[in-house]
Design a protein around this ligand. Structure first.
Ligand code: ZN
Length: 199
């Protein structure tokens, strides 16, 4: 699971982070992936949600062109980039890698994936997260600093991407802490509507 940090200007601002000149990449291990449509186990009281468009790759990509990237996308869904925020802040202060704050077991609940031909424009995909019926995050890929296709092309110049890899494309503003018993509803343009509960 390859992720990008601060891909929405408004989210960078809410965490008092500067807007990066190049994509900030990090990886969550395969063992962090769990289905969204079951209970979400949160490890501590320090666990924050970040709702993100998730792109499933069907082909290998090395220094790929944007056309290669278009052809490699085999599914579009949503993921939560769960983050132990206080731990991440501590690691960032020391300029240490923040993987342990984002790579724990269950740190990446994922929805099912929809065929890419269900979306006419990758630069206009809308999604929301409600918690306990309240709108918490509302994002549109049109607000990404690095849009989906060029972002994945860039990632493939850093390392080879493989079939089955999932790209998390960053979170819009509105991140916050999860508490046990929260009811989360994800909606991807009414093509995906799923509910889960934290324990
Ligand atoms: Zn994220």
């Amino acid at each position: 699971i390859v992720c990008v940090g601060r891909n929405y200007a408004e989210h960078a601002k809410e965490l008092n982070n500067p807007i990066p000149s190049e994509p900030i990449l990090f990886i969550k291990p395969e063992s962090s992936a769990v289905p969204f449509a079951q209970e979400i186990k949160i490890p501590t009281t320090d666990c924050h949600y970040e709702t993100e468009l998730a792109i499933l790759l069907g082909k290998s990509l090395t220094s790929a062109s944007e056309e290669d990237v278009q052809q490699s996308i085999s599914g579009i869904g949503l993921g939560l980039d769960l983050t132990r925020r206080a731990l991440q802040s501590k690691l960032k202060e020391k300029s240490h890698p923040w993987e342990i704050a984002k790579g724990f077991d269950g740190a990446c609940p994922l929805t099912n994936f929809i065929a890419p031909n269900q979306f006419s424009d990758f630069t206009n995909i809308h999604f929301t997260l409600h918690i306990n019926k309240k709108l918490k995050q509302s994002g549109n890929s049109s607000d990404m600093l690095n849009p989906i296709v060029p972002l994945i092309a860039y990632m493939s110049t850093c390392f080879t991407l493989k079939p089955g890899d999932v790209i998390l494309t960053g979170t819009p503003k509105g991140v916050g802490e999860l508490k046990s018993g929260d009811v989360l509803e994800l909606n991807l343009m009414d093509k995906i509507k799923l509910t889960s509960k934290t324990i």
